[in-house]
Write a protein that binds this ligand. Structure first.
Ligand SMILES: [Zn+2]
Ligand SMILES: [Zn+2]
Length: 332
């Protein structure tokens, strides 16, 4: 089951960001003794502006991200290219004045769910970079995560984990994923979200997905639905048992950019087949983008590769890397 919930119409009594639909689904999933993943952006530092009447979302004219609401001075700012505009008095699309600043953090969701489901004595675990600071090792975190009934997490839960019996994925606020708080492309929450949905869709049709948003008709929200339907985003991801995330495995991102989206995708396709040539025994995992991401008017696409000895692999594709200045290699 795949549901998009319009938060403007379905807000529960306990929170603006937890619909009664999502709360009901959580309850149903708990009855089946299955795990629940509640996903939202990194500590909720990003607030977007939407029009409640026509669902217009304020976005950057140069990049595929929503603008971030800032106070003092009250402005809308793009965190990727620095473009800014004054906070509007009315909607530029329908001239309505019902403008909503939307954004929520992991801690807030954890507290609200804790109060709501207290009677069931649940094990709710918040997994983000703040909670990770209090845990001595990532291995210990895996134990905690396995024991949890509800995991509330940021992009860290989208990579490398392989939980059994995930009955429900809830995305708290999709528009929050459309802008990032940093220039680091690893923070691409939206790409991560697509990956998360694509991944579980491939793994099991049984996992229910609930997307909450104030802008259900926005192209990015519709595109997530498409990702679910077609399961196309991750073509070659091999499900891994282990925690295949640095430092346990090396991870690189090969990123290509061009003013033409088509050329970027062509190059990424070529790069992926080249990488697959050296992947005869399926020793590594390749995740390549099937859509591009616009940053400062250039279209970015990437292949993410996880393996234990990436340097050897890079040596093999060196000629391809050296031939173009539009390709960058990022290690993490
Ligand atoms: Zn409007
Ligand atoms: Zn921008």
């Amino acid at each position: 089951m795949f549901l998009t919930v319009n938060l403007a119409q379905d807000q529960s009594k306990i929170s603006r960001y937890l619909s009664s639909t999502l709360l009901d689904e959580i309850e149903n999933t708990l009855k089946k003794w299955e795990k629940i993943l509640i996903y939202l952006n990194k500590r909720g530092s990003h607030n977007s502006l939407v029009c409640k009447d026509c669902q217009h979302l304020w976005e950057c004219q140069n990049c595929d991200v929503s603008l971030s609401v800032h106070n003092n001075p009250r402005k809308l700012l793009c965190h990727l290219c620095g473009n800014s505009e004054w906070f509007p008095l009315e909607c530029k699309n329908c001239h309505g004045t019902n403008l909503l600043t939307v954004g929520v953090g992991t801690q807030q969701i954890e507290e609200t769910l804790g109060v709501y489901f207290k009677k069931n004595d649940l094990n709710i675990y918040r997994f983000d970079s703040d909670s990770m600071k209090n845990i001595s090792s990532k291995k210990a975190a895996i134990g905690e995560l396995e024991a949890a009934d509800i995991i509330i997490g940021t992009k860290m839960i989208t990579t490398g984990f392989d939980f059994e019996r995930v009955g429900l994925i809830g995305v708290v606020l999709v528009e929050q994923e459309l802008g990032y708080p940093s220039f680091d492309a690893e923070e691409r929450a939206y790409a991560n979200l697509k990956q998360l949905i694509g991944r579980w869709n491939r793994k099991s049709q049984e996992t229910n997905i609930v997307l909450q948003t104030f802008i259900p008709k926005h192209q990015s929200v519709l595109s997530l639905t498409e990702t679910h339907m077609k399961g196309f985003f991750i073509k070659t991801l091999k499900e891994r048992q282990s925690f295949s995330y640095p430092p346990y495995r090396e991870l690189i991102r090969l990123e290509y950019r061009d003013t033409s989206a088509e050329k970027t995708l062509q190059f990424i396709g070529k790069l992926e087949s080249k990488l697959q040539e050296y992947n005869t025994d399926n020793a590594y995992t390749i995740i390549s983008s099937s859509t591009t991401f616009r940053k400062n008017n250039s279209h970015h696409g990437s292949c993410i590769v996880k393996w234990e000895n990436l340097r050897d692999l890079l040596k093999n594709i060196e000629p391809l890397i050296l031939r173009t200045s539009k390709l960058s290699v990022v290690f993490s």
